[in-house]
Design a protein around this ligand. Structure first.
Ligand code: URA
Length: 434
């Protein structure tokens, strides 16, 4: 088999066989195929696409490039969640403990943030001492003892994805539905869960800008999961304004804990986390209907068992569980700068992407993979779409490093004000399999 022929076939829009795809993935991962050739094929896939069969074969080849976790020692249906990423998305830290507290084991591998989007691993790292890179034995212990485990993926989970993603990142080939599907699903299948709920984000702040593209991506991932015997459902959710009030690692821990304490129950963040958790409970077999699952979710908040599960997870994995009650034990910012409204009006839009970039510039996110984060900095977003604003109202609080210069106009420019009342559109745009 010659890599040249694979590139030529795809360049003309032909289909690659499972053997050809396996040959490429193996060669890309072990270095026997030069990066230039892999990059050419990636670009051809971006332009020409892949059939469902090819996407399935690519997912399998990537999954089999590394180890598959065996979660069978843990009883019950193991249910995972994946979000395609947004600004202020802390649903994992909320729904993981809820689902676990309701009796369903929840094994999750999360990533670190890059660019304007944050990563769950960085957020958890804001809890002093918490180990965020667990060994397989530690991951299984956490899942067995608390029913919740969250870790950065070990290097041996789908290593071909790591290699190919790095190439995609520098060759403008990230935004391809079959490549995104195979990248996400290979890791999910290797992670060993029996069921998966997907939160596919849609909007100007997300990878997928239109409902059509988001639905195509969701369906592609559902098809691959179903073909591999995984129970899988997808919600397609709006991503424009930041999700919740917090952007930044320690701030996002605080907001997650507040929701687990029963605060902000009507917020979009809480409603979305509760709905995703409810879908997971149904797949996990502890509820038959959505209302029954939603009642269990609410009970876990009200009786404190969800928050207690988070505490036990943190303590078991070396973290300071007292920091969940006393936020002064979390990393702190050097200064807090208030940003006030400069004029009257109604907030019609909030540019979550621009706020994500501002948070990154504060030090909460990475411009480059090797950047070191400041876990205490970030933005408290008080502005809400639809809100009536009077000049002088507090709209943002910027948690910055000491002496960092904050320009309020940059924050105000993320808001679009109108003279007429604006309405917040619904967060749930569509669903598949629910
Ligand atoms: N997240 C992934 O893990 N892979 C992609 O290709 C895109 C988002």
């Amino acid at each position: 088999m010659r890599m040249y022929d694979l590139i030529y076939t795809k360049k003309l829009g032909g289909a690659l066989s499972p053997d050809e795809i396996a040959f490429w993935v193996k060669g890309a991962a072990d270095g026997s195929i030069p990066d230039e050739q892999s990059a050419s094929l990636l670009m051809a896939i971006c332009w020409r696409g892949m059939s469902t069969e090819e996407t399935l074969a690519l997912t399998l080849a990537m999954r089999d490039s590394g180890k598959r976790l065996d979660l069978s020692p843990v009883p019950g249906v193991k249910v995972d969640k994946h979000s395609t990423g947004g600004v202020g998305d802390k649903t994992t830290m909320i729904l993981g403990p809820i689902v676990a507290a309701c009796g369903v084991p929840c094994p999750m591998f999360s990533g670190r943030g890059l660019g304007h989007t944050g990563g769950t691993v960085d957020k958890f790292e804001a809890i002093p001492g918490l180990k965020v890179e667990l060994s397989e034995a530690e991951f299984l212990r956490s899942l067995t003892e608390t029913r919740f485990a969250n870790s950065a993926p070990t290097g041996d989970i789908a290593p071909a994805d790591k290699k190919l993603y790095a190439l995609r990142d520098i060759t403008a080939t990230v935004e391809s539905i079959p490549l995104i599907t195979a990248s996400i699903m290979s890791k999910k299948l290797a992670g060993g869960a029996d069921a998966l709920v997907l939160d596919v984000k849609c909007g100007p702040t997300a990878f997928m800008k239109t409902l059509e593209d988001a639905t195509t991506l969701a369906q592609s991932m559902v098809d691959v999961g179903t073909a591999h015997g995984m129970q899988i459902r997808a919600l397609i959710t709006r991503m424009d304004a930041p999700l919740g009030w917090a952007i930044g690692n320690a701030l996002e821990i605080m907001e997650s804990v507040e929701i687990l304490r029963g605060e902000h129950g009507n917020s979009e963040l809480a409603q979305m986390s509760f709905r995703l958790a409810a879908e997971m409970l149904i797949m996990g077999g502890v509820a038959k209907t959505l209302p029954e699952a939603q009642a269990k979710v609410q009970a876990s908040i009200q009786d404190g068992s969800a928050l207690e599960t988070l505490r036990r997870f943190v303590a078991l994995n070396g973290g300071d569980a007292q920091a969940l009650a006393d936020f002064t034990r979390l990393p702190q910012a050097g200064q807090v700068v208030d940003v006030l409204a400069a004029q009257d009006g109604y907030i019609a839009d909030i540019d979550g992407r621009a706020l994500g970039i501002l948070a990154m510039d504060l030090g909460a996110g990475r411009r480059d993979r090797n950047d070191v984060l400041d876990l205490g900095v970030g933005i408290r977003v008080l502005a809400q779409v639809g809100q009536k604003v009077v000049k002088g109202d507090l709209l943002f609080q910027v948690y910055a490093k000491t002496n960092q210069v904050i320009l309020p106009d940059l924050y105000l420019s993320t808001l679009r004000l109108t003279m007429n009342a604006a309405i917040q559109p619904p967060w749930l745009l569509a669903s598949i399999g629910c």
